[in-house]
Design a protein around this ligand. Sequence first.
Ligand code: NAP
Length: 308
Amino acid sequence: MTIERVAIVGLGLLGGSVGLAVAECLPGVATTGYDADPQVRQRAAERGLAGTICETPEDAVRDADLVLFCVPVGAMEAAARACAAALPARAIVSDVGSSKASVGEALSRALPGHRVIPAHPVAGTERSGPDAGFASLFRRRWCILTPPDDADPDAVEALRRFWEALGAKVEIMDAAHHDLVLAVTSHIPHLIAYTIVGTASDLEEVTRSEVIKYSAGGFRDFTRIAASDPTMWRDVFLSNREAVLEMLGRFTEDLTALQRAIRRGDGEALFDLFARTRDIRRSIVEQGQDDARPDFGRADHTEPGNCR
Ligand code: NAP
């Protein structure tokens, strides 16, 4: 099957980036877009985030071959229900949500009988809203598809080709495994960043202006992550509760071991761990998942560019 018309529901960072990437990488594919917020719809029209910005969710999905829900994880079910009456039977239903098992269940509940193939492009920034999106967001980033066991293979293949056309590398995974992997690579790191920035701002002995003034010492990088959208991240932790709690348990044990090493003056244990983690950073840079430059090369990410 070929995808010729894509409907994007939710026109923030992810939805806007999909629209811009389709326009650049798949110029023959038509896009429609809808967002619950009228001001976002207006800004989306000004920026050309989709070919046609619709006033209702039904109008957006009426002729779609692929519908992509790009709303916060906790809003997926309501967004899908609002489209149900107009959704063509042939359409592939997918999303970009950061957790997968609960989103797959929510979409299937809202749209029974439809071909639901959840997806998660592992690409993003700490910015949100209709001004945040850019066409090259998915370039060389992974997009994980979590099709249910009985998914139509043609639809999975069509979705794989769609994401590859936007420049992404596609991996297929079981939803529960995705949630566990992302708990440790994305969700727990965000929780740690929110915690450390919160702790620093609550300190009584160190003033807030000192925290900001001397932020270069590692703290600054945490503040970037801790500036991520509160709605999105609240929903991620609530929807991926089990996996996050399991990984948090392991992390807490490791943190306790580090605390003990510091208390006992066990420099060897500290050095061994820090040497191992340095190797992981090196592998991430070598595999093209980040940039070795001090600014992580982030300035480049907004440059217009081709899809590959
Ligand atoms: P965003 O910039 O806040 O955009 C989401 C948009 O969806 C907002 O404009 C929001 O409007 C709108 N919306 C909420 N409920 C809706 C509904 N029922 N119908 C239509 N529109 C609705 O968020 P985002 O960063 O693009 O995140 C979208 C999804 O991508 C989330 O599920 C997130 O987990 C996932 N994701 C995010 C990242 C990242 O780094 N940000 C990376 C990968 C995946 P209001 O603001 O008025 O609510």
